[in-house]
Design a protein around this ligand. Structure first.
Ligand SMILES: Cc1cc2nc3c(=O)[nH]c(=O)nc-3n(C[C@H](O)[C@H](O)[C@H](O)COP(=O)(O)OP(=O)(O)OC[C@H]3O[C@@H](n4cnc5c(N)ncnc54)[C@H](O)[C@@H]3O)c2cc1C
Ligand code: SF4
Length: 511
């Protein structure tokens, strides 16, 4: 039976399930560039270029194998602008007995797929996305009957299942987790490896022209595009990371430095999330480096935990809890997103650096996302939906299954502790310890009140004060609440006054 195999822009893996059992002599692969997917949030232009250029290269690689690919470009005449519209038009071009797809990464698209059989009268087979290390049903089994869903417990189960960094049933080196050793600030004079960027080829340049014309008003620089767009590029980026960055990844995982956009991070998430790399090959490459003695155990364990642990875990939470998950707002946070998230115009230097890096690269590393833009949104009580729309727009690796739990759960605690055991709230002292930003800031991280006081300081205590009823019962918040209890009423009043003044000024500039 002739089959239409519909491949989405984040399914660019030759091993993707929708291509399983393909008969090149009979079947057709459908790939479509549609306006709706580029604009349902206003994606960073680099993300749009990455996805479209990688799709075009992937289509060519299938054609080189003799597979027939029906590829609809964004500017093709008659392009309806939506998946459903383009599928309907493709079915007019090809008489097929069935449609095969791989389950998408977003709830929104899964809902759409479920309408296709009735809309077109053709059977639609939605296959599991088996590029992950844990299936949704396996995760649901793990979660069944549990009171809390701690990532650490899930991660240990995944270590046992894969046997990675395990010896005779025990964790390699005697500990499951070397996080405590992975929290060093960057020593002065340390120069992180210069990052390998990819010069745009002719296909990418053509896409950049198209994106520049169509999405000129989206946040983000286009001309600094340097992402790889093929599997070969992505494998090259992986090799570079393993050889040059992995040895320092553990030590400086939480560090931040002005002007250093990548530090020792992998910068591989965009490739992983669109399928140019697979999670198992990243973990195996790190394990090989450990066995060969070129990367230490804490770095390799830390890296594997991000992929085998966090990445699989947030995906599990997403499919287990959506669509209700996105609706919760445990802290009743309702302020509008400040304008500086789009303009980088703020005198808080740390935030200015994080937003500027995001604009330059469609990338910020985890600690910038969590402890700067995320922490600020948490402390300032910004409405979760607005923060989530920002995160989904601005990063090249942003797809809802991974962005939403990280933002809603980890950064904003909007799920009330389903994902994290306590809010990742921090004052200026943390940022000062982990970065060199404060040295060049108009504020002083050691000053608590007054015009020079770092706003993170009074916002932190204000956050604890306004959320006391919700957060004080959490045993993991006992320490800060004991400190708060020792403050005089007058001191509390001054904190509230400083925070309200700052937030009022911020709100008047929101956009
Ligand atoms: C508020 C917020 C929003 C985020 N949004 C996204 C997003 O849209 N897409 C995305 O891929 N990641 C997201 N993350 C997770 C993480 O910040 C990025 O995966 C990471 O910064 C990507 O850069 P890297 O490849 O250099 O990662 P590294 O720090 O080098 O980590 C290696 C790999 O581990 C995986 N990883 C690490 N942490 C996480 C995590 N918390 N969740 C899932 N995977 C993880 C990534 O695939 C990453 O490539 C978000 C985190 C926060 C706090
Ligand atoms: S002083 Fe405060 S606002 Fe300024 S860089 Fe440091 S933490 Fe950020």
């Amino acid at each position: 039976m002739k089959t239409l195999r519909f491949i989405l822009g984040d399914q660019l893996s030759r091993s993707v399930s929708a291509l399983g059992g393909i008969d090149p002599a009979r079947d057709v692969v459908l790939m479509v560039e549609v306006q709706a997917e580029a604009t349902y949030v206003r994606h960073h232009p680099q993300k749009i270029v990455l996805v479209l250029s990688a799709m075009r290269h992937f289509a060519e690689s299938l054609r080189a194998e003799g597979i027939s690919v029906d590829y609809v470009r964004l500017d093709a005449a008659g392009n309806t602008g939506s998946f459903t519209g383009e599928l309907g038009r493709a079915l007019d071009r090809h008489k097929v007995g069935r449609i095969v797809v791989t389950a998408p990464g977003e709830w929104r698209v899964r809902d759409m797929m479920q309408t296709w059989k009735a809309a077109f009268g053709v059977p639609v087979e939605i296959r599991d996305d088996d590029r992950f290390l844990c299936t949704s049903s396996e995760f649901a089994d793990w979660a069944k009957g549990r009171k809390g869903f701690r990532m650490e417990h899930f991660y240990r189960q995944m270590r046992r299942k894969t046997g990675w960094l395990m010896q005779d049933g025990q964790p390699e080196g005697g500990a499951w987790n070397y996080d405590a050793q992975n929290r060093k600030a960057l020593p002065e004079g340390t120069v992180p490896p210069a990052r390998r960027r990819f010069a745009p080829d002719a296909v990418t340049r053509e896409v950049m022209g198209l994106v520049g014309r169509r999405f000129a008003d989206h946040f983000g620089d286009l001309q600094s595009f340097g992402w790889g767009v093929t599997r070969d590029d992505a494998r090259e980026a992986l090799r570079f990371f393993i050889a040059n960055c992995l040895p320092g990844f553990g030590d400086y995982q939480d560090a931040m430095k002005a002007g250093e956009d990548w530090l020792f991070h992998a910068a591989l998430s965009p490739y992983l999330n669109i399928g140019l790399l697979l999670p198992a090959e990243l973990c195996r490459a790190a394990l090989d480096a450990y066995r060969q003695g070129t990367a230490p155990l804490p770095a390799v364990e830390g890296f594997i935990r991000q992929i085998l642990g966090w990445r699989e875990y947030v995906r599990g939470i997403y499919w287990l809890k959506m669509p209700a998950y996105a609706q919760s707002n445990f802290l009743d946070a309702n302020r509008p997103l400040p304008a500086f998230y789009w303009t980088a115009e703020t005198d808080l230097k740390c935030l200015r650096e994080a937003v500027a890096a995001t604009r330059r690269n469609a990338y910020a590393h985890h600690i910038q996302r969590l402890m700067l833009t995320g922490n600020f949104a948490l402390l300032a009580g910004i409405a979760p939906a607005q923060v989530e729309a920002w995160y989904l727009s601005v990063y090249a690796d942003a797809f809802e299954w991974v962005e939403l739990p990280n933002t809603h759960g980890m950064a904003l605690y909007a799920d009330g502790g389903l994902l994290g055991s306590k809010p990742y709230a921090a004052s200026g002292a943390y940022i000062n310890r982990m970065s060199d930003y404060c040295a060049g800031c108009v504020y002083d991280p050691k000053t608590k009140l007054g015009p020079k006081a770092c706003p993170f300081n009074y916002l932190y205590w204000h956050f604890l004060i306004v959320n006391e009823a919700r957060l004080k019962p959490n045993p993991r918040m006992a320490l800060p609440y004991r400190t708060l209890a020792r403050m005089t009423d007058e001191h509390r009043r001054q904190i509230v006054q400083a925070a309200r003044g700052f937030l009022g000024r911020l709100e008047s500039r929101s956009g």
